[in-house]
Write a protein that binds this ligand. Sequence first.
Ligand code: IMP
Ligand code: MG
Length: 171
Amino acid sequence: MGELKVLIDEESLQNKVEEIANQIMKDYEGEDLIFVCILKGSTFFTVDLARRMTNNVQLEFMKVSSYGENTTSSGKITLELDMKQNIAGKNVIVIEDIIDTGHTLSYILDHLKERKPNTLKLCALLDKTERREVEIDIDYVGFEIPNKFVVGYGLDYNESYRVLPYVGYLE
Ligand code: IMP
Ligand code: MG
């Protein structure tokens, strides 16, 4: 593994998180919300975002896994952990670390739509638009990034690097 270069520093990440939180608070003024954190990559982003919110926000967690190569998702996805809460009639925002091909998110959104939430939106910190295979509408996006494999701020390479406070890439 080569050297780690900074792509998005800590201050830029935190400024963006604040910006997104403000936007969500504007869109959902006075409303209760459920943030669905997609494990494990979205944990840091979800927590930082949630603690800036003045709405009543509940946290739920889901985990999916995709089989195939190490660094890309194959499109074959299984639900490993589901939430127990009934989201019918609730305002749900799915919080994802990165959208790459789009397979993971389209699977999750299809699943959640069936449960008839009042509103269902998607918030993603990073968007690798170049690699998209499935069309996805992202309501709140942090940064569009080039086609590089990134780590840090929740994102891993073989489970390492998640705890870095910045987003970096491997060369
Ligand atoms: P998608 O299904 O191709 O959109 O892949 C989404 C998932 O692949 C993300 O939730 C990440 O877990 C993983 N992933 C995609 N690109 C990266 C990356 O650059 N670094 C770390 N994980 C990634
Ligand atoms: Mg992920």
